[in-house]
Design a binder for this molecule. Structure first.
Ligand SMILES: Nc1ncnc2c1ncn2[C@@H]1O[C@H](COP(=O)(O)OP(=O)(O)O)[C@@H](O)[C@H]1O
Ligand SMILES: [Mg+2]
Length: 257
């Protein structure tokens, strides 16, 4: 099996909270994997480690078969290794023009080292047209990120991942608080990532969305991965049942302390 990412025994604590406990996760090339779990289960913590936002207390990570030095890992490093994240938080880069947001950390430069602004703007416009399908004719590469709707922002972040041909695109609740029409577009984007042979790691509370786009489901409960299965093995109803069963499971003696 062609593995794009393999995380082993990841641990992360925030003070007394053991947010992630010996988490193991593998993602194959061309696969969409969904993380499922209650609020506070540790899903965002896990993807923040994979995308270089948090450094784990222990554990290891391989990307494309090569061990990553987690002490030197960062969002920028992750991007350079082909791991792009579409963040749940909407605050990032609100006051940034679209073209800068697309090329941040990866500007196109002429031989003297100057940013090729015109080229970057042209490419940004092409991305906006091709991948987001904005209806408005007035959209410009100079528009601020803050003027885009939630769906358009998600779309732009996904187009950026696609443009740079990210091996792995990570999306933390990309469909939360989107209009109905936007949700469909984001779900289509996620599927198109896999159709190009790349991978996606997707978190959503909406199990219908999850079932629509993911090839494999990974259940996270109280900081650890407790169950995995493929789409063929589980109906939407079974996903609901499993999630409910996990949330009702009694605490272990260790968790009661
Ligand atoms: N930056 C942080 N500081 C302190 N505690 C955190 C931080 N991030 C997450 N946590 C805690 O870690 C646990 C897992 O959170 P999180 O990974 O965000 O869960 P999920 O995304 O599954 O809802 C929760 O108890 C949460 O309160
Ligand atoms: Mg979360």
């Amino acid at each position: 099996m062609d593995t794009i990412l393999k995380a082993t025994s990841l641990n992360k604590s925030f003070g007394p909270i053991h947010a992630l406990f010996d988490a193991n996760l593998s993602i194959n090339r061309g696969e969409v994997v969904a993380l499922i779990g209650d609020n506070g289960a540790g899903k965002s913590t896990l993807i923040k480690i994979l995308s270089g936002v948090f450094s784990p207390d222990s554990g290891s990570l391989q990307i494309n078969g090569t061990a990553v030095n987690l002490r030197r890992y960062s969002v920028r490093k992750a991007r350079s290794l082909g791991v792009e994240t579409v963040y749940q938080e909407r605050s990032l880069g609100e006051k940034q023009p679209l073209w800068r947001n697309v090329f941040v950390g990866r500007h196109l430069r002429n031989p003297l080292g100057f940013i090729r602004v015109k080229k970057e703007k042209e490419m940004t416009l092409a991305m906006l047209r091709n991948s987001i399908g904005l209806k408005g004719v007035g959209i410009s590469a100079d528009a601020l990120v803050g003027t885009l709707s939630g769906g358009e922002r998600q779309g732009l972040a996904i187009s950026r991942a696609m443009h740079f041909n990210a091996g792995l695109t990570i999306l933390d609740e990309p469909t939360t608080a989107l209009a109905v029409g936007e949700v469909g577009r984001v779900l289509n984007f996620v599927r198109s990532i896999a159709e190009k042979g790349n991978s996606a790691l997707f978190i959503s509370h909406n199990l219908h969305h999850v079932h629509e786009v993911a090839d494999r489901f990974v259940f996270v409960n109280r900081g650890t991965i407790v169950h995995q299965c493929t789409r063929a093995e589980m109906s939407v109803a079974a996903l609901f049942d499993k999630l409910e069963q996990l949330s009702m499971a009694p605490l272990t003696p260790d968790e009661q302390r």
